[in-house]
Design a protein around this ligand. Structure first.
Ligand code: SF4
Ligand code: SF4
Length: 301
């Protein structure tokens, strides 16, 4: 069984308890305009240019048999992605690692082997493996096979998800995790559609259904100024969460511009938006808002 990922990150400390191995699934059915991991949105591998490393030598142009690369006036490389076959010849030719293909197939066994290398860190820190992305539930067969294999080896498992999946898939896979990290972005359905591309109706129903199972949940709230930090959204979110029994904490994740450079590297600037990061006092006010309503709140993952 194989799946497509865009990263395997060791020593991760923001996506569940302890030290973790993060498995970043490639592909997501949502298209959040503020996405911090835009390389996780498309399901297929993609060409990525890193102009800050480029020496303008032109070796990649000469390596490409498809005429997909050119240099602009100042020598920086540009890609015509419609001509690129993702053959990887330019990546091999570049001595500066200034060009890359994001996304690769991995087998369940490969990921389990990587997790084994981290076992001592997991045991000392109370960590484990987190399936994240992208959206793990969008590759359900691979996610399930991976979870089964990791569980069999005794690893602590966290599933980081938008909750956007059929109830059957969502509950089956969430049921295999020790902890679900559930991203909750916007309570208003129309706004949710506008900013993420999908309705939140099934997402909220899935969270309600999961709550009935008693599975521990950490709710992750990406705080995007001007989009979801208004009083109406915060109140609706607090009211909704107050009706659940399995939410152990709310993680407030302040927007940052870490994804912006990645949009550019992927040639996908027009598909995403750039926002102002929230002021520190606004972040604290929102943390206090949830705390005064009885939630355990943590800043960050
Ligand atoms: S081979 Fe690498 S360093 Fe040279 S022009 Fe291409 S991307 Fe830049
Ligand atoms: S991956 Fe292959 S086709 Fe695409 S730009 Fe590089 S050499 Fe050309």
């Amino acid at each position: 069984m194989k799946g497509t990922i865009f990263d395997l990150k060791r020593y991760a400390v923001h996506d569940g308890p302890g030290i973790r191995l993060n498995v970043f699934f490639k592909g997501c059915p949502l298209h959040c305009l503020w996405c911090h991991n835009p390389e996780g949105v498309a399901f297929e591998p993609e060409l990525m240019l890193l102009p800050n490393r480029c020496a303008r030598c032109g070796d990649c142009l000469r390596a490409c048999s498809y005429g997909a690369l050119s240099q602009n006036g100042d020598g920086l490389v540009r890609a015509d992605r419609s001509r690129c076959t993702l053959c990887g010849d330019c990546v091999e030719a570049c001595q500066r690692e200034a060009i890359d293909i994001v996304g690769r197939e991995v087998s369940v066994e490969e990921v389990v082997a990587e997790a084994e290398k981290e076992r001592v860190f997991f045991e000392q820190s109370g960590g484990g493996v987190t399936l994240t992305g992208g959206e793990p539930l969008a590759q359900p067969a691979f996610a399930e096979a991976l979870m089964d294999a990791l569980r069999e080896k005794g690893f602590h498992l966290a599933l980081d998800t938008s909750g956007h999946a059929s109830p059957e898939i969502f509950l089956r896979l969430a049921g295999k995790a020790d902890l679900v990290l559930f991203d909750l972005k916007l309570m208003n359905e129309e706004k949710h559609k506008k900013y993420t591309g999908v309705s939140n109706r099934q997402i909220l129903e899935n969270l309600r259904a999961l709550d009935l199972t008693g599975k521990p949940v950490w709710v992750r709230f990406p705080l995007i100024p001007g989009i979801n930090d208004d009083g109406a959204n915060l109140q609706a979110m607090a009211d909704f969460l107050a009706g659940l029994k399995s939410v152990q904490q709310v993680n407030v994740l302040p927007y940052h511009r870490g994804g912006v450079e990645k949009f550019r590297r992927l040639g996908r600037e027009g598909e995403f938006a750039v926002y102002e990061p929230p002021a520190e006092d606004r972040v604290q006010a929102i943390i206090d808002f949830f705390r005064t309503r009885g939630f355990r709140v943590k800043r960050g993952g």
